[in-house]
Every structure is written in structure tokens, then in C-alpha cells.
Design a protein around this ligand. Sequence first.
Ligand code: ADP
Ligand code: MG
Length: 599
Amino acid sequence: MSLATVTWIAGPVLHATRQGPFSLRESVRVGPQALLGEVVRIQDTSIVVQVYEDTTGLRPGIEVRGDGQPLSIRLGPGLLGHIFDGLLRPLSGADTKFVQPGMRPAAVARRHFEAAVQAGDVLAPGAIFGTAGDAGNAAGRTQHCLVPPACGGIVESVVPPGEQADDATVCVLRSGDGADAVRHALAMSQLWAVRSPRPVARRLPPLAPLVTGQRILDGLFPVARGGKAAIPGGFGTGKTVLLEALAKGCNADVIVYLGCGERGNEMAGVLEEFPTLTDPRSGRPLMERTVIIANTSNMPVAAREASIYCAITVAEYFRDQGLHVALMADSTSRWAEALREVSGRFGELPGEGGYPAYLSSRLADFYERAALVQTLGGATGSVTVMGAISPPSGDFSEPVTSHTKRYVKAFWALDVKRAQARFYPAIHPLQSYAEDARDFAPWWAEQGNGQWLTLRRRFLTLLDEQAQLERMARIIGKDALPARQQLTLLCAELVNEAFLRQSAFSEIDRVCSPARQAAMMKLLGRFIDLAEAALSAGAAPERFAALPCLRALQRMGEDIGDDQLPRFAELEARLEREFAPLTAAPGSASQEAGDETHG
Ligand code: ADP
Ligand code: MG
């Protein structure tokens, strides 16, 4: 064990003269309280340490002890259903105050272990060697126990089924023979260096979207399962509500929710609400497949910097079990601010916006870890990353937003004006994009929406035209626009109201299944077709605006739930009926419409 003596302290950073060797990224213990820290720089005779706890009261002269291993977290069956701080130390209940100074990572839980292998079996790195089951009251599904990535060999011994501490040796592997033999002790959990990505067999091209249940995302700006999305938005535009809606409604197996640097009262909402939620897929508590990592603004700043790595490492650990994981980070701006603050304490030269020059590469490192993969064990798993960004004064040209844009494929821009008009989710359809959208057309075709790409393009074109026409209408007045353009405005408005608008607080509408989205998209496409045909047949746009079915379409998200899909066919029949007199008989349309509109 190496020792060093503190010479200088500035906030979360300290310098110490070393008496022995330290390695970069080595975890250290500082002072009598054994505060957790990490070596971030090594100089001739000294080390620079970043401390993950409150350093008030520390003085020069106190001792720093090396742990002899990189800063690590314990990955194991005790994660699901629990709330942790930025270094994966358990927080109790809704308590976001500091963990005890110097506390060791994650408390050890007891679990029912059952081996899936026997003596003599040969195990490759990443293989599954058993299951860790639900031990009575502990929340969480049965989980696989994985051979750590660097191990592998022949099973020498394995314990019989029964309850075990999650760090106890349950299986011994041997690699090599005779005098060269190396033995690996495997437990249900494993230590992993927090900043190292977990290895995979290979990356796979992501061809399916992560189904979010949010129409504007799935319909217009889909993110891949294994993809990455950014959610930039000014204060109060709905980032947190959207991330929570995604956590509740997306089709991931495991949710890792990172509350990073937001104020305690905002995080409190998540901490109080999540444990009460029911998983719409299983009817069981949503927390059973959720891990929450919370580092609120009142917690030490360096731990916030580490929390993002901690969260993605946890996500990768579940991915390695062959699961699809969604990671929500709220917000990456607060993480970048922590990076900036710590960098300032190191005395590094500030770059753009005061952030260190490596901001961009750190963001890249983080988002790069999102992927659909074949795991070392041969299964398919994924990590999808969705990161909120809170740009100061909503300016998307600031460094965190602009660098993040380079690494994400989906960009969900929250708009202040939409939020002020209480149009939720306030995602701006013209400022947002999804680069992979074309790849998902086959997936949608399998869901019965072969028209998805065409309809998507059509909606986007309409919304784009709407923006231009509204500019013109402000100058010349809406009524002075030609009939075709008035129709464009009407249809664009309908797409907004009927499809893009979706309340996160509506029992029926907060999650929208792909089947329901497909039905709604098709119905809107049909309305646009019929309206265009009627216009060509000589009907005036005011006529469609007055059709009763228009109102029904605007309200269909709230009216027709996922369990009532046949009602969309009824609505379509009604649409056809109401339009019939407008399209069939040019010239005479105006007299007949009066009767038909009662249908
Ligand atoms: P941010 O995290 O961007 O600061 P919040 O997510 O806290 O903003 O949202 C602010 C408020 O806006 C919420 O308290 C809620 O009233 C409203 N809101 C945001 N998104 C939605 C939504 N999808 N549906 C309904 N209301 C919403
Ligand atoms: Mg928020």
C-alpha cells in the first residue's frame, strides 16, 4: 500500500507528496475518515487527487493511502430496485443527502445462487455461470452471474444452490496447467473499473428503434435500440418530464436513471415517484428493473463527474446479461459543469465556455458506449443513451450542445415557445432530427406500417411548409393565402394536435403503442389524401375545417386507447363518409355537405 502526504487542497482537488508508487486512476483513501478519491495525475514526487466527498476540514499533512486498484464499482445482483450516489454507494430511500464519509461501495446483499455449470465445464470470458435469485424481500428479477471479461477457464469447483453473500466465492475457474495454473474466484458480483468500457464480442448495426411510446419520437425522430439521443432544452421546457416518460414507457428491459447535478427538489420527484410506479408491461413495480443514480447539486462535485461513467458501466453490465438497457441522464450539462469546475481546480487552461479542451472527447467517450452488441457470452444486448442538456438561456450553440450534436444520431430539441403554449412534449419538429430513421422502415413494416417512411416524410414536409406559410400569413393575413396553402396549414395543424401532442399525465395517452401510432398515422394520411382530393374537386378549405371528424381526429389520442384499436377503423369509415360529398360531385358538393356532416 502506497502512502502520500497532502500538501495543498482546493475544493475537491488535492496535491500530495508521494512516498511510494501510485498509478493513474488508482483509488485512494484520504485522512482518518478514509474519504474516497482517485489519482488523476502523477508528477515526479507528487500526485494530484480528485476527492469524491466533502473536503471541508482536511488539512495539509494528512495521509493519502492507495488502494492498489483503479476506482471501481461492484456490479452485481444488488443493483436493481435501488438508489445510489455517483459512485454507486447506496442512498437510503428518498434521502439524497451525503452518504457517510468514507463509505465503501455498495453494501453486500445475500442472494440465492444457483449454478448453471459443473466441475469440468469450460467457461469463456463473459459466459453465464449461474443465476442470482430474488432473496425474499429484495426487489429485483433473477439475474445472470457472469464470468468477468478477463477470466475464463475450466470449472474447478462450484457451490451447491443456496443463499450466499454476493461477493462470496461461489465458483473457482482454473486456467493453465500445473505450475502455471491460475485460479479465478468468481462471485455473483464483480468489481469493475468505473471509467473502463466493458468489452463486447462485436458491435451490431442497430436496425430496430427503441420504442419510446412517444409519438413524436417514434413517428418522426426515432432513436435506435443501442443508439444515442440528446434532449436539449431551456429551463422548464420538459426535459425531466420527458425522460421520466421514457423511463416509464420505453421497451427497454432495464432502466438506469441518472440524476446528475439537478437540484435536490427536482430529483426528489423522481425518487419519490419511481418506487410507486407500476410497470405497464408486467404489472409489477417499475423499480424492480430500475437502477437510480443520484448526484444532486448539493452533493460533491467530483462525484458528479464520475456519476456518468458509473451509470453507463452499470448499463453495460446489464447489457452483458443479454438485456436491452435504456440510460437516461439528467443532465449532461451539469456533468460538464462539474468537469469544468474540477478542471479549473487542477489549474488547466479553460477552453470554449470555460470548459476544458477535452470536453468534446469526454462526451464522445460517453456516447460511444451506447451500442447494440453481441456480448462476450454470445447474447444480444444493448445500451441506449438519452442525455438531457440544459444550455444556459436555451442557446443551442453553446459548447455542450454543439459537441453533443456531433456524437448523437437523434436530437430532440425542446422549444421554449411550445412549452409556453403548453404544447407537450415541446419537441420542435423542425429543429429536431433522427439520422437513422430510414433504417427503421423495415421494422415498421413488420409492425403493419409499411407506409411509415412515406408518412413521416409527408408530416415533416407539412410542418416545414407550415412554418414558411405562417410567416407569410403574418404579413398578408391567413385568409389571403391560396386555398391549397390554407389546406396545408389545416393539415399541419392537425398533425400537431392529433399526433405530436401527447400528455405525459394522461392515463390513456402517456404511452402510445406502435400499433396505435401506426393507426393514427395512417388515419391522418388518409385525411390529407381526402382533403387534397376534395380540394381538387373544387371544395373550399373551410368545408374540411368544419367537418365533425376533424374534431374526432384531434382528440383521438385521448379518446382511443391501446385496447380499442378497432375504433380507428370506425373513425376511418366516418372520414370517408364525411368526405364523400366533397370529393364525389364537383360543384354540387356544397349542397350535400349539410346532410352528411351529421354522420
Ligand atoms: P425541465 O426539466 O426542462 O426544466 P420539466 O420537465 O421539469 O422541465 O417540466 C416543467 C413543467 O412542464 C412540468 O412540471 C409540467 O407541468 C410541464 N410539462 C413538461 N412536459 C410535459 C408533458 N410531456 N406533458 C404535460 N406537461 C408537461
Ligand atoms: Mg429538469
